[in-house]
Design a protein around this ligand. Sequence first.
Ligand code: ADP
Length: 635
Amino acid sequence: MPTETFEFQVEARQLLQLMIHSVYSNKDVFLRELVSNASDALDKLRLAALRDDSLDVDTTDLHIEIELDPDARTLTVRDNGIGMSYDEVGNLIGTIANSGTAAFLEELKEAQDAAGAEGLIGQFGIGFYSGFMAADEMTLVTRRAGEARGTRWSSRGEGTYTLESVDEAPQGTAVTLHLKPADSEDQLHDYTSTWTVKEIVKRYSDFITWPIRLVPQPGGDGADMPEPETLNSMKALWARSRDEVSDDEYHELYKHVSHDWREPLETIRLQAEGTFEYQALLFLPAHAPHDLFTRDARRGLQLYVKRVLIMDDCEALLPPYLRFVKGVVDAQDLSLNVSREILQQDRHIRMIQRRLTKKVLSSVKEMKANESDKYAAFWREFGAVLKEGLFGDPDNRDALLAVASFASTHAEDGATTLQQYVERMKDGQDDIYYMTGESRQSIENSPHMEAFRARGVEVLLLTDPVDEVWVDAVGEFEGKPLRSVAKGEIDLDVQGDEQADAEREKQGEVYAGLLGWLKEQLAEEVKDVRLSTRLTVSPACVVSDAHDLTPALENMYRAMGQEVPATKRILELNPSRPLVQGLNQAFQEEREDRTELVETAELLHGLAVLAEGGQPKEPARFVKLVAERLERGLR
Ligand code: ADP
């Protein structure tokens, strides 16, 4: 097969341009990335050999080699891991297809300046391509375990790369960087210096469980080094005692397992001793991944059995609502070749899951107790996911409710726990009031809030889609029911206020006719029309019946493909408004031609729907009616 030349996708080219012009100030990390990839490839080979007896590979000396050639100015990172087939090289290295990168490039287009771009690289990382920060040409030679032929990939990082099938290649992958000149202006270290490379490996890759060897170069400054030297301690961080490991080291492990370039928010260690022994090292990321709510996204912890990685993305170790947690679990007594299905059922795995869940939740509780910015950042990023646990994991509901915080009309620093809400409740208030909606602003402006605002009653402002679900599942907190301000009848008046009761009764009589007539007129839209106790300035609003689905929930079920009948709502009128009073008067005049009255009823309902962010059933007709009324007003 001849050498074929391919063009990078437009996006890939942009990314490479960035690398070449190296806006990212910490260029040393390219070595961490290449070593990380090599380490993954060794893990994969060992796993493949474990699962497939027919795979004829030698796994006795799996390792990573770094070879420096100061004369040719090259640095090579070589592994005898799984390798890649011709197609895989094209797919994995040739294109930048993974979704993280796609999101990265989206934002990159918006970030025009170098500082913005640097921030983005720090956020997303760019793996293999980071080599172009230090090199103006990269070559990769690889042979997939079990295959006869190898593949050579090469690129100057400009518009194109070449692919070529080669007869001879050692199994595994060798990546060679043709280094740019070491240059103080570009702040490039001399990556052909053994000292520099040793420092970088020690700093970023010490914990890698495979040996990273520096191959002596005759003629180079490694000439006095007869044997390859192993640069890393290979000690699994989770197996070392806490005071032996620095935060930086933990952070590098986090970056290796998560492919995130940023520091984690929190590191959580756990050592379980006794009959079933295991260690866990977990990380709470500082930022939610873009695919947090994508159904098929890859998640899970790395599962080791006695230092041997047996699964890269073991989901069974944590409940779905902790899917963002990264890290490693190393168990002593699991079988090396357990399958995913068996793991899901395994008693020990379930035990670990329970324990890890409690540990993560207690760490969050601690962050919260310290009133740190950490907790605020954590909840901002992951609160919406944790709330899934409120209905998904009843066993930990109380622990979750203790750390959950919500925006509220009364919270001083913007958020409150349910506990704090209860402590602030007014005398005679029995319920915890909340309102759901798309944004804080839309909720605060909604007519349903009027009476609560007028009486200074606190309302939780819930804006995550999941809020609709958990409030129903949880139902109450410390015996106080959770109640939507937009559902059912609301009675905020002090009990036994006789004057208010009498007033209401009188109005009930005055409006009885109108309410009955409206109910008939709007029968297709609403199931009842009544006078409101929740409005002060708005003429009308629509509310849901106490146990009915809200429009948001209905939409959610429909989006999930479930059929739900449309639920009719209730129209509430505010008898203190001239519009409502006038309507009643017009109704009582019993004119022949009721067209105008009918239209007014329709408009009133439309306004109520609009006020809560909904849409009148026939927007065009609604607009036409409004325009006619406006015109008439101008005459
Ligand atoms: P990431 O490592 O974040 O997935 P990279 O761009 O670094 O992104 O690598 C893309 C893919 O190329 C890897 O996921 C892996 O499948 C493959 N790859 C990279 N380096 C190696 C290697 N040394 N051996 C085998 N496969 C590799």
